[in-house]
Design a protein around this ligand. Structure first.
Ligand SMILES: NC(=O)C1=CN([C@@H]2O[C@H](COP(=O)(O)OP(=O)(O)OC[C@H]3O[C@@H](n4cnc5c(N)ncnc54)[C@H](O)[C@@H]3O)[C@@H](O)[C@H]2O)C=CC1
Ligand SMILES: N/C(=C\C=C\C(=O)O)C(=O)O
Length: 487
């Protein structure tokens, strides 16, 4: 372990104040494999203190007008934006992603999350119907749920955390958030801005630590009626079990095994670079990343050749290198897990056309212990292989041929997940037809990851329950009531 003096020490943020913890967890720099930060190892005691603070803050915060809350969110967005460079540097170091991605995607989107919900909260209306023959008027009202528990993963740390905090507090809830123990730094940095933005003490509380300790204490707490979670399917199952006795409201945004379907009339000039990006952006650590590429037989050889050439140009480098396309994976355990899939593919007789075990990385000696691997393309693989069925969540993608539209839809739908698909074709009719038949919460055609935050985001089948977005998040973080007036 590195000298304790040099380590960054995080603290919990409860009731507007920072508190040290009795116990800490080591957090690693993915580019070197060295410990550089210590994260509070919180548990029930810290959750209890956060619940007390959130409970006390709720009456004041929930009775403010949407406009007053909106102003606070906007100020927070401005303050985050003023710290963009500092936050981007921290996110890149903590997560292993490139500084370019942190600067252009993670932190700008975190800012946008607050701006977006600051605006959308001003525009909701409720329903009203009449029954004149009975002299009745019916209408609905919505009220915040109370204390929201928010649990987020390590791949897009501040981006996904703020995607939950912003709609929850905009709707008048108070929150207890638990970022991933692997990437807690930017959440802790954001806490320093809350008071200046005008967020009252107790409205946003952040407790750091592991899932089994602090995550479960939060999920099991009887005074936390609503849990929003983004992460893996096994953890979602555990959260569902723990929430069941309390009938909690759950939003579960889980993994994917996302297909890209490339028809023979696709514009390959656009399709190839975008599909390289959709496969390898953020080291393939985005739930929306492509991991199965189905290519129509007539263009299969040409596609494969050009795709592998383009994948080889996807430069692996230090997270701090502005010219790198990809940095380091999140952890040693995760790197080993991702590599194990490639080993299995090889054992099954698949071909590894580039990447792990084929291409060598050139890294400075200080980074030899970092969690790097090259973008990897697998082919000659069966649909039944675990590489074609399970979420790998790394820079690995499989390319396979198909004959007909009907066949490819069936194969694309043959996995347990249903999060995001891409369809590449210049035939508008086909694009609509295929998009409608895919079992997928999101379908991008001739593009990838163009986000319209107003519209529902989320998956079907094992990719989750519920949707996030302007209306969906508002409905999730509020309780509805129908009132009947007889006049
Ligand atoms: N959105 C997505 O699709 C994501 C999918 N994953 C998938 O999950 C795999 C494992 O990654 P992990 O970091 O282990 O994901 P995870 O689902 O265990 O972690 C996500 C969050 O849940 C928390 N958590 C873990 N166990 C918990 C519990 N029992 N109760 C409450 N909270 C708990 C974690 O501390 C973290 O904050 C990845 O390899 C990837 O396949 C990971 C991150 C995001
Ligand atoms: N939930 C994830 C990505 C969301 C992206 C977005 O809202 O734009 C994930 O990778 O876990």
């Amino acid at each position: 372990m590195a000298g304790t003096k040099t380590l960054l020490m995080l603290e919990n943020f409860i009731d507007g104040k920072f508190f040290p913890c009795n116990s800490y967890i080591d957090s690693y720099d993915p580019s070197t494999g060295e410990v550089y930060c210590r994260v509070p190892n919180s548990g029930e005691e810290e959750v209890e203190a956060a619940v007390e603070a959130a409970r006390a803050a709720f009456p004041g915060w929930s009775s403010r007008s949407p406009k007053e809350r909106s102003l606070v969110l906007r100020r927070l967005a401005d303050l985050l934006e003023q710290s963009l460079e500092e936050l981007a540097q921290a996110e890149s170091k903590d997560q292993g992603k490139t500084i370019t991605l942190a600067r252009t995607l993670d932190i700008p989107r975190s800012v946008e999350n607050f701006r977006f919900f600051a605006s959308s909260i001003l525009h909701h209306t409720s329903e009203c119907t009449q029954m004149d023959h009975l002299g009745c008027l019916h209408y609905t009202v919505r009220a915040p749920m109370g204390i929201a528990g928010l649990i987020s993963p390590w791949n897009l740390p501040l981006y996904l955390l703020t995607w939950k905090i912003a709609p929850a507090i905009a709707a008048g809830n108070t929150v207890i958030a638990k970022p991933s123990e692997l990437t807690s730094v930017t959440a802790w940095m954001m806490c320093k801005l809350l008071d200046k933005a005008g967020v009252p003490p107790g409205v946003v509380n952040i407790v750091f630590g592991t899932g089994p300790r602090v995550g479960e204490a939060l999920v099991s707490h009887p005074e936390v009626p609503v849990i929003s979670f983004t992460g893996s399917q096994p953890t979602a199952e555990r959260i569902t079990q723990l929430s069941a006795p309390h009938c909690k409201k759950l939003s579960l945004e889980l993994g994917g095994k996302n297909p890209a379907i490339v028809f023979e009339d696709a514009n390959l000039e656009e399709c190839i670079p975008t599909t390289v990006r959709s496969s390898f952006a953020n080291q393939g650590e985005i739930c929306l990343c492509t991991s199965r590429i189905f290519v129509q037989k007539s263009i299969y050889s040409e596609f494969l050749k050009r795709f592998v050439e383009a994948a080889r140009l996807w430069k692996v480098g230090l997270p701090s290198d502005p010219s790198a396309s990809m940095g380091a994976l999140i952890s040693k355990a995760h790197l080993e897990k991702v590599r194990s899939y490639i080993k299995k593919a090889r054992a099954e007789g698949a071909q590894i056309l580039c990447g792990e075990g084929v291409d060598k990385l050139s890294l400075p000696s200080r980074n030899q212990g970092g969690y790097f691997m090259p973008p990897t393309v697998i082919t000659d693989i069966k649909d039944e292989s675990c590489c074609m069925k399970e979420e790998i969540f790394g820079p690995v993608t499989c390319v396979v041929p198909f004959d007909s539209e009907e066949e490819v839809i069936k194969r694309a739908n043959s996995v347990k997940y249903g999060l995001a698909a891409t369809v590449w074709s210049s035939n508008v009719g086909r694009v609509h037809r295929v998009a409608k038949k895919l079992q997928s919460g999101l379908v991008w055609t001739n593009c990838w990851l163009i986000r319209e935050l107003n519209l529902p985001f989320g998956g079907m089948k094992s990719s989750g329950i519920g949707r996030e977005g302007a209306k969906d998040s508002y409905e999730f973080f509020t309780e509805i009531k129908t009132i009947t007036i007889k006049h």
